[in-house]
Design a protein around this ligand. Sequence first.
Ligand SMILES: [Zn+2]
Length: 392
Amino acid sequence: MKRLCEKYAAKLSNQGLAAPGAPIIGGLDAELVWNRHDPRIEHLAGIFDAMSINSLVFAKPAEPYATIIDFLARKHPETIRPEDTETRTFLHDIPVCHEFTTKAISAALKRRKAVIIPGEGIASFGTVSPEQGFVFYSSTIFACTVLFFSEYLTAARRNYLDEEFRSTFARVVAALPSPRTDIPNLAPAPLADEETVLAAMTEAGRAVVEYGLVDSFFGNISYRLDDTIYISQTGSSLDELEGCIDPCPMDGSTTAGLTASSELSAHEGVYRNADALCMLHGHPKFSVIMSMNCDKKDCPNRGQCHIKCTECRTVDGVPIVPGEVGTGPTGLCNTLPPAVASSGAAIVHGHGVFTSGQPDFTQAFKRLLETENRCRELYFEQISALGGWNRK
Ligand SMILES: [Zn+2]
């Protein structure tokens, strides 16, 4: 257990989500162990008595995320309500707790998967493994970052940016990791047999996480070899795909459907519609921010944009589509395939980006990275045009 706690502490720091040395992770099997010593453990340990959990993750985020969560907590002192898919699926909303005490933190964690303690950090928990707390922690950072940049754009558009928001934004932007433009060296075609395909998928998944195009737990990846789709399992970490890829025959005789990604049907639809051999799906932040950027007033679909949006918006030719995870009438399996078929990439409203490519992962990776970089450029172009930012 101690090793698991150390593993996720290192992962938080390596992915730039927590300052090096900041994470405090506790795990309980026979006894309660922590990855390191810290005086705050006195309060954190009590949470294990107050709730039936087996692990706790607490850390002060790395910059710019610490500034972002503290700003949002000042603006929304009780509850932060992001509207992206990760929030909708896992977090619902994010409570803010103003006291670093066992009682206050556990009261918040009894309601939600993660809590923000201004000036201190984010706490989350797992009931099976510290991996769950790691996921909710990273989801909280993702959701808060998307919300922060979205609220700034809205405030700039409505002309109510105040000095505090402007100066916080400038600090956040200065600390934002620079966009990457280099393309990784991924295994070249031909990917002609199962072993080669699995190795290429594992490598591409790791690159998607390393480039910050998804937090490790989300996203998915697939490759079509003849009439079999190899796809990452639901809930697998894209940077640790060894042993977590399922072969799913396209004739429907699959037995792996239970563990295969919940987006298998959307991937399959793309392979049936387009001349593609592989697909990548990530949650890059500026693509998600731009997908939710809408200046339409009084839209009847407001609040339901992620399933009902009827606007045909694009980012440089990449369509933005609505769609829910899964196979219902408003499911991604219906909205995604035609969009990806036309341009090799699509942005799903509030959710992320899907790209296709062939004959190996390089083209799909390039499309994913370029879509995100273009969205990031467009975001700052809009902010500058609205007077919210001076590019130096
Ligand atoms: Zn997704």
